[in-house]
Ligand binder design. Structure first.
Ligand SMILES: Cc1cc2nc3c(=O)[nH]c(=O)nc-3n(C[C@H](O)[C@H](O)[C@H](O)COP(=O)(O)OP(=O)(O)OC[C@H]3O[C@@H](n4cnc5c(N)ncnc54)[C@H](O)[C@@H]3O)c2cc1C
Length: 532
């Protein structure tokens, strides 16, 4: 058993920010399932929203966020998060983040930061570091954590389950509120399951893009945090609001990546595989239509014509501009054998961001005592039904920072006797097919039936198929020693179920949830969170 004051599960912006703050009060363990940089944060290209321009205001940022979220966001939460934006940008600068500046003399103080404007923002308010904002932030946070003697880092460590009274039967009768005392953790190198006992646990496990066949998220994004919090008894909100990005690179091996919308801004055009254009049928701005309109049109055309991918043609953009403005995309496409100056890029709409998650306060407190959650795995009420660009890094940062300074961090905690992880006999190789096949099947069902345009009937088909798969996987999980693939696939099927059930509950179309049976917004009955 390893004992710490704080256990942080996940090494993205929210986990590392919490760790730095909590380290002021005690010893911290950060566990992460692969390497430190394997996370959504590292891939963020665009930037982080904060009110810094003299023409901008907190009220304007709140208004834009609420509007983008289709009026489902919580205004009080939005205000709290938006108000702390500039302080937290300063925090990132203080730990060494090098944001892009307006001036040439490299004075990186906050008033010199270059600001850009993104879709849905009425002002210039996005701070960035060239086209690698997330990586730059990660670099600074990782350095700060590595230098901190109160923080111990465990890579290749995967949280299997939270330790609550469900694992400790004798506590069930006399502790009324579900309480967390750490997590059971699989050491991927030794194959052992260890107890990480902690007074406070932070779930910062990010999103679940991998639940869909096409995703911009890395392979670690299997939604573990949503699933283990739900299994421990936490409420989960708004899982139907999944944001799809209209242009992710289509790769037969599943190694997708985001192809920036800025390419369309510079004149790239969406085409069918036969070279003809189609967006003009859907929106007067054609290929420059808003993100959700483009994603929906793409899905419609792909379904109608049974296509695996569409094309994004950037060949009319001058070569020099492609070289200077899009070096990352040009390089990644070249690695896949595509010269974007001469040939179109195969693209698909792909699962990108989860607005819903574990219900938390703006301090990251959950339903479960001693358990915090922050970042993409949490649902604070900032985004409502859709996310305003660059607000997710902001939310992760602010909420994790606030959680890391929460007054309850100083409380003493009594621990029950925690049992060892139950060891189950030999691994049943013969039935491995249950795990090997089902991951892909879950992804295909979700992409096809629970994608951008939904229908009651498709959701019900998906529900019954996902339920059957859950039964198979759960049975395998209960009768075999734990392995990463088993844990992840079980978590994925649980998350798939959460998305489908939430989508079935919301009988209206709002924000990212579009269902053809109920094409309009219904404020009277559904201007509220979907909680399951
Ligand atoms: C391609 C891309 C571009 C984006 N661009 C932007 C942008 O420009 N601006 C913006 O605001 N947002 C952007 N986003 C969204 C934003 O990056 C994420 O929402 C944010 O980084 C989430 O941070 P996080 O700390 O919650 O999760 P992550 O950064 O994803 O970190 C999660 C961590 O948890 C670990 N983990 C997961 N499960 C387990 C487990 N069971 N045990 C142990 N560890 C586990 C993972 O390995 C990872 O380390 C983008 C996302 C993507 C994918």
């Amino acid at each position: 058993m390893k004992k710490f004051d704080f256990l942080v599960i996940g090494s993205g912006i929210s986990g590392l920010t919490f760790a730095l703050q909590a380290s002021k009060f005690g010893e911290v363990a950060i566990i992460t399932k692969k390497k430190l940089f394997d996370c959504n944060t590292d891939l963020a290209q665009g930037g982080i929203a904060a009110v810094l321009d003299r023409h901008d205001s907190i009220d304007a940022h709140i208004k834009d966020t609420y509007k983008a979220g289709s009026e489902l966001g919580k205004k009080k939460v939005i205000r709290t998060i938006v108000e702390q934006g500039s302080d937290l940008i300063q925090f990132l600068i203080d730990i060494g983040t090098k944001f892009t500046t307006d001036n040439k003399n490299l004075d990186r103080s906050i008033e010199n930061l270059s600001l850009t404007r993104e879709g849905g923002h009425t002002q210039k308010r996005v701070v960035y570091a060239a086209d690698s904002t997330g990586h730059e932030i990660m670099f600074a946070l990782v350095q700060a954590c590595r230098k901190n003697s109160s923080i111990e880092i465990f890579e290749d460590h995967l949280a299997i389950d939270l330790i609550t009274q469900h694992h400790i039967p004798q506590t069930e009768n006399f502790i009324t509120r579900i309480t967390c005392w750490g997590a059971y953790v699989l050491d991927e190198i030794t194959g052992e399951v260890n107890i990480f006992q902690a007074k406070k646990t932070m779930l910062a496990t990010g999103g679940a893009g991998q639940v869909y066949a096409n995703s911009t998220n890395p392979e670690v994004a299997t939604g573990d945090g949503f699933a283990i919090a739900k299994l421990a008894g936490s409420r989960i909100a708004n899982m139907e609001f999944v944001q799809f990005h209209p242009t992710a690179f289509y790769d037969t091996e599943g190694d997708s990546f985001l192809v920036s919308e800025a390419l369309r801004g510079e004149g790239a055009v969406l085409r069918l595989p036969d070279g003809s254009t189609f967006m003009e049928k859907y929106h007067k701005q054609g290929s420059l239509a808003p993100r959700d309109v483009v994603s929906r049109a793409e899905e419609f055309e792909m379904r109608k014509r049974n296509l695996k991918y569409l094309l994004l043609d950037a060949t009319k953009i001058p070569k020099e501009k492609l070289n200077s403005h899009f070096p990352f995309i040009k390089k990644r496409c070249a690695e896949k054998g595509i010269d974007i100056t001469k040939e179109p890029i195969p693209i698909v709409p792909a699962a990108h961001y989860f607005c819903g998650g574990i219900l938390t306060t703006e301090d990251g407190c959950t339903d479960i005592k001693n358990l915090f959650a922050a970042g993409e795995v949490a649902c604070t009420g900032l985004h409502g039904a859709n996310r305003l660009a660059s607000n997710s890094l902001l939310e992760s940062l602010v909420v994790a920072y606030r959680a890391g300074n929460h007054s309850s961090l100083k409380n003493e905690i009594e621990f029950p006797e925690i049992p060892e992880w139950r060891i189950i006999g030999d691994f049943n190789e013969n039935e491995w097919i249950v795990i090997a096949n089902n991951r892909e099947i879950i992804q295909k069902i979700m992409q096809g039936y629970v994608g951008i345009s939904r229908s009651k009937r498709l959701l019900k088909y998906a529900d019954s198929r996902i339920w059957n798969i859950y039964m198979e996987i759960n049975n395998f999980y209960q009768h075999n020693p734990v392995r990463k693939e088993v844990i992840e696939t079980r978590n994925m099927v649980i998350v798939a179920g959460l998305i489908i059930r939430s989508a079935l509950i919301r009988k209206e179309s709002r924000g990212l949830h579009y269902i053809i049976d109920y094409p309009d917004k219904d404020d009277k009955n559904f201007k509220k969170d979907t909680i399951i």
